[in-house]
Design a protein around this ligand. Structure first.
Ligand SMILES: [Zn+2]
Length: 254
């Protein structure tokens, strides 16, 4: 079928007249995916099947086979998703997910490898700075930094995925936002270490009013550490604290 996707998340398309590589950084959403402990699971159901529509709503002589409609229930932090500021700053009910500006969501990108940091420990400022220099990345204001922790390798094992990953300590969190980042992404279920219920990264992002993005896929498949663009596209759910996103990395050959 034209345009159907196989398992390869990488495509080359023409974008604004240029041959552009696009890598999908999003997970799928469905009833069997790992769900953060305590959050609602995903449910899908039929409202109308093709057969029902064909029987009740379509003229008997029509060759049209009918249409189908499904319903869904899900948490606003399911699968690959962005955390709006209101998620972690109770005093900013104005900063809900439908209000995040496109200039925060479509930005220059960079990625670093933090997979040597053990699960359930803190990612520190020295870890971040070493990873940035190993990647040859210079952060600048307005960027989105994607952080590969290796947690994505556990996606098929929900208990492990939801418990075995590192997270930023307070100093690293502050230092990253001091560089002017507008979004920080991770392949883990959270930017915070699951063994630290003080939530230092969520705390700092709440103070600075900067969103972050969790459960990204394929970060380590972006073939360059900088010089690409990131698009993180949430739906505009009114008043919600986050939204699943379509997240993309884009680059050209030049
Ligand atoms: Zn979240």
């Amino acid at each position: 079928m034209a345009g159907a996707r196989d398992d390869d998340p990488h495509v080359v398309v023409e974008l604004l007249g240029r041959r552009t590589h696009i890598l999908d950084l999003s997970r799928e959403i469905g009833p069997d995916i790992p769900i953060y402990p305590g959050h609602a699971k995903v449910a899908f159901w039929w409202h109308l099947t093709h057969d029902e529509v064909k029987h009740y709503r379509i003229h008997p002589e029509s060759r049209f086979g009918g249409y189908a409609v499904k319903g869904m229930a899900l948490c606003d932090h399911v699968s690959t998703h962005i955390d709006a500021v209101y998620h972690f700053n109770r005093n900013r009910p104005d900063l809900t997910v439908e209000r995040i500006g496109l200039e925060t969501l479509i930005t220059p990108g960079a990625w670093i490898d933090l997979s040597s940091v053990p699960p359930r420990t803190h990612i520190t400022r020295p870890h971040v700075q070493r990873a940035l220099s190993a990647a040859g990345v210079a952060l600048r204001p307005g960027m989105t930094l994607l952080c590969y922790t290796g947690a994505s390798k556990n996606w098929e094992d929900p208990v492990r995925f939801n418990s075995e990953y590192p997270g930023f300590d307070e100093e690293a969190s502050r230092w990253l936002l001091d560089q002017g980042l507008v979004n920080v992404g991770t392949d883990a279920p959270s930017t915070d270490n699951p063994a630290d219920t003080r939530y230092p990264n969520h705390l700092v992002h709440g103070e600075r009013c900067v969103p972050h993005t969790e459960i990204l896929a394929n970060i380590d498949r972006i073939p360059r550490h900088a010089g690409f663009s990131v698009m993180i596209l949430p739906l505009r759910f009114q008043g919600l604290t986050g939204s699943p996103v379509r997240a993309l990395a884009l680059w050209t050959d030049e």
